[in-house]
Design a protein around this ligand. Structure first.
Ligand code: NAD
Ligand code: ZN
Length: 381
């Protein structure tokens, strides 16, 4: 079968690889119909994520058709159209029982590690991803969901990650009615977080980025007040000023990255007093929050994310919440929001690319070319 293949930082290509097989009675084999590239894949692409091995296939946001089932999977049938949450979870462990599917202990027992994620390095369990014609889905009796007939498959594929992550970002912010919410990052995750902030009762939603085309999109889509940080003398001072000198009630970091990643690449030359290698959006998030406020982090950081201004967190009495989204926990309510028209996920898809052109798609999305917000790869498309 054809699959995306990682060759090293900034190098991916299409490769012929062996068909995945049922390896465990709870496995399924899924023929992929849509597979997105995520901002999280860019951290792999940039070489930020430890133990990302050459020869691996990325891709944790996919839909597909069930081709084959292990003997212990009774909730699915061959031919079902499924959306597959990016979290691989056993459904039975201490964490899964609390619906913390992003923190499953069975699939990745290291105390400091994330749970299992498709195509996300050996740090996240070493599973192969779905930017391929076929993928092995472990614990297929837990994660995959047959999506309703009325649902557009483009909506379904965004329910595997972007929608639940944006929603959980807003949820973790503990937004109270009338709160001012600042979102750093106008990528798919930040756009969705801004949209969902209203569902939790926000009174004002502000989004910060430096790509005007993305700011224009979120301005209309969320809707939100938008500011280009390159046009501001000092982001934190500006945000304080526009919130009566107090700061925002809730700040969401939907940026992530580190010295090799998106955040810093875009910032050299800007008026910053921070040292290269620090997590700038996270500094801004902490420093622009109101005293007693909440900072919700969904941006994924590499090792330099450790250089956060923790003293300011203490002095300001902030609450910090952060996690990988727990997709399966949120799906039932998010499907209702899509059905009711509160969220239009597919509007984020700007690029539909045949799997063959995977290298171009990575380049366009990483460099933010051609108005790209969210690219979806279509095997055989
Ligand atoms: P993306 O690359 O499309 O968007 C990131 C945006 O951040 C870009 O538009 C970029 O210009 C902007 N940005 C860079 N530096 C900034 C700064 N200092 N201030 C404000 N904006 C800045 O990525 P995405 O797909 O939207 O993902 C965003 C983040 O969310 C990534 O770190 C990704 O790994 C993470 N993520 C987390 C989860 C989770 O479950 N926690 C799930 C999906 C994605
Ligand atoms: Zn993702």
């Amino acid at each position: 079968m054809l699959a995306m293949d990682y060759r090293g930082p900034y190098r991916v290509r299409l490769e012929e690889k062996p068909m995945p097989r049922i390896e465990h009675p709870q496995d399924a084999i899924v023929r992929v119909t849509r597979s997105c590239i995520c901002g999280s894949d860019l951290h792999l692409y940039h070489g930020m994520v430890p133990d990302t091995r050459v020869g691996s296939t990325f891709g944790h946001e996919f839909t597909g058709v069930v081709e084959e089932l292990g003997p212990e999977v009774s909730n699915l049938q061959v031919g079902d159209h499924v959306l597959v949450p990016f979290n691989i979870a056993c459904g039975q462990c201490h964490f899964c029982k609390q619906s913390l599917f992003g923190n499953c202990h069975e699939v990745n027992p290291h105390a400091t590690a994330v749970g299992g994620i498709y195509g996300y390095s050996h740090t996240a369990g070493g599973y192969q991803g779905g930017q391929a014609e076929y993928v092995r889905v472990p614990y297929a009796d837990v994660g995959p969901m047959v999506f309703p007939d009325w649902m557009d498959p483009d909506d379904a594929v965004l329910l595997t990650d972007v929608v639940p992550t944006g929603y959980q970002a807003a949820e973790m912010g503990g937004i109270q009615k009338g709160d001012t919410v600042v979102v750093f990052g106008a990528g798919p995750v930040g756009i969705m977080a801004a949209r969902c902030a209203w569902l939790f009762g926000a009174g004002r939603v502000i989004v910060i980025d430096h790509f005007d085309y993305r700011l224009e999109f979120v301005k209309a889509y969320a809707p939100a007040e938008v500011y280009n940080f390159k046009e501001l003398d000092d982001v934190v001072t500006f945000l304080k000023h526009t919130t009566d000198g107090l700061g925002a009630d809730v700040v969401i970091d939907a940026v992530g990255g580190d010295a090799k990643g998106n955040a810093l690449h875009t910032l050299f030359g800007n008026k910053l007093k921070l040292e290269a290698g620090s997590a700038i959006a996270l500094h801004w998030a902490i420093n622009s929050a109101k005293k007693g406020g909440i900072v919700s982090i969904v941006g994924v950081y590499g090792p330099t994310g450790n250089m956060v201004p923790i003293g300011n967190v203490l002095n300001k009495g902030l609450t910090i919440r952060a996690n990988q989204a727990s997709v399966a926990r949120l799906l039932p309510r998010l499907i209702e929001h899509v059905r009711a028209g509160h969220i239009d996920p597919k509007a984020l898809i700007t690029h539909r690319v045949p799997l063959e052109d995977v290298a171009d798609a990575y380049h366009i999305f990483a460099a933010k070319l051609d108005g790209c917000i969210k690219p979806v790869l279509v095997p055989g498309g």
